[in-house]
Design a protein around this ligand. Structure first.
Ligand code: KIV
Ligand code: ZN
Length: 403
């Protein structure tokens, strides 16, 4: 591997860091359903969990590795602290994946060393090197993260990265663990790494960012401009505290503004080719699934997937859009899998609107199945104000054949 790839690798950590959101625990079947949808979305890597954390986490990572980690599917990854027992457990959990990754980490900032780890820099350096080599004895695909890199001394960071790459790390991930850096600072960290880590071309540079100051996505875009080629993100931006960089925002920013980013990836400036492997039409559906299963609501004004993201309220805007959509829209709602003229379904909706929406979602149903599904729909509509596409799909039973 080298970090000169002209595609951006999308590493989804909804099932690991995303699940660390307070109150967002998922059971194994729910994790599997999300992993399957992430594969349909086209993510390159799924961080399926932290295998050592609990028997449930181990089982979830193992199941996802077996079922979703096929030859043509995504890489399945487990997180592991830089400890033998964690790495061994991660290796066992990913063993059935066609492509398995171990992601090991240890903090490198002085504040974490002094108060959390109670270790010297020399000790951390030795552990990082030894644990990457240990992980490498299980799989070729090893990622290393210097936790709290955003607040680490750059010279120490360079030394750690050089040593873990020499020990076999194929991806080095730079986390802004506490969402402290600003875009130009974060871009500068990546630039410094490229310039000062002699063997950096032997690894992919990845970034991981939290949203404490609302800057995670902006930080990632600067990181891409400076050489990052893997982005770690979550659906709807869920995660610890204020969350992680949102997958849908970063992917759509790279898509809508691809001509701006092309030169930074060594591409022809006019190239229309996508910068990621994501099927953007699966974005809305994935967002709904994650929101429904985690119980974490999406704020209405959330970029890309919020209920108002494509709505026009003011008369001036509505008038402009009716004349030409480009006046107030920078992307087509269909790009993220939304229908252009959304019919909002609710308890007053009739059979025809229901049938039409199912058809738009790709379901052809017989008259008998339609009748059964319609009864169930009315039942759900009595309890909910608005019926989303995901609700519709959830209520379709086995009798209904997908077109
Ligand atoms: O935020 C963080 O530093 C992490 C690491 C484990 C990558 O989640
Ligand atoms: Zn994190």
């Amino acid at each position: 591997m080298n970090n000169n790839t002209d595609k951006i690798i999308i590493f989804d950590t909804t099932l690991r860091d995303g699940e660390q959101s307070p109150g967002a625990t998922l059971n194994i079947d729910e994790k599997l359903a999300i992993a399957k949808q992430l594969a349909r979305l086209g993510v390159d890597v799924i961080e399926a969990g932290f295998a050592f954390a609990s028997p449930g986490d181990f089982e979830a990572v193992s199941k996802i590795a077996q079922i979703v980690g096929t030859e043509t599917g995504p890489i399945i990854c487990s997180l592991a602290r830089a400890k033998h027992e964690d790495i061994k457990r991660a290796a066992a959990a990913i063993k059935d994946a066609a492509k398995g990754r171990i992601h090991t980490f240890i903090a490198t900032s002085d504040i974490h060393l002094e108060y959390k780890l109670k270790k010297t820099r020399a000790e951390v350096l030795a552990i990082a090197e030894e644990m990457v080599a240990y992980a490498k004895s299980f799989t070729n695909d090893v990622e290393f993260s210097p936790e709290d890199a955003g607040r680490s001394d750059p010279e120490f960071l360079y030394e750690v990265l050089e040593r873990v790459i020499a020990a076999g790390a194929t991806t080095v991930n730079i986390p802004d663990t506490v969402g402290y850096t600003t875009p130009s600072e974060f871009g500068g960290i990546i630039k410094g790494i490229k310039a000062n880590v002699p063997n950096i071309d032997r690894a992919i540079i990845s970034v991981h960012g939290h949203n404490d100051l609302g800057l995670a996505v902006a930080n990632f875009l600067e990181a891409v401009k400076n050489g990052a080629r893997q982005l770690e993100c979550t659906i709807n931006g869920i995660g610890e505290r204020a969350g992680n960089a949102a997958l849908e925002e970063i992917v759509m920013a790279l898509h809508v503004r691809r001509q701006y980013f092309n030169p930074f990836l060594g591409r022809d400036v006019d190239s229309e080719a996508s910068l990621t492997n994501i099927d953007t039409r699966q974005i809305y559906k994935t967002s709904r699934l994650v929101s429904n299963l985690t119980g974490m609501l999406v704020q209405p004004n959330k970029a890309i997937v919020g209920a108002n993201a494509f709505a026009h309220e003011s008369g001036i805007h509505q008038d402009g859009v009716l004349k030409n959509k480009l006046t107030y829209e920078i992307m087509d709602a269909q790009l993220i899998g939304l229908n252009d003229n959304q019919i909002v379904l609710g308890k007053h909706s009739g059979r025809n609107a229901f049938r039409t929406r199912l058809k738009e979602l790709g379901y052809e149903v017989s008259e008998a199945d339609l009748n059964k599904a319609f009864v169930r729909f009315k039942d759900v509509a009595d309890k909910k104000k608005e019926i989303t596409d995901w609700d519709l799909e959830a209520l379709l039973n086995d009798e209904i054949q997908q077109a």
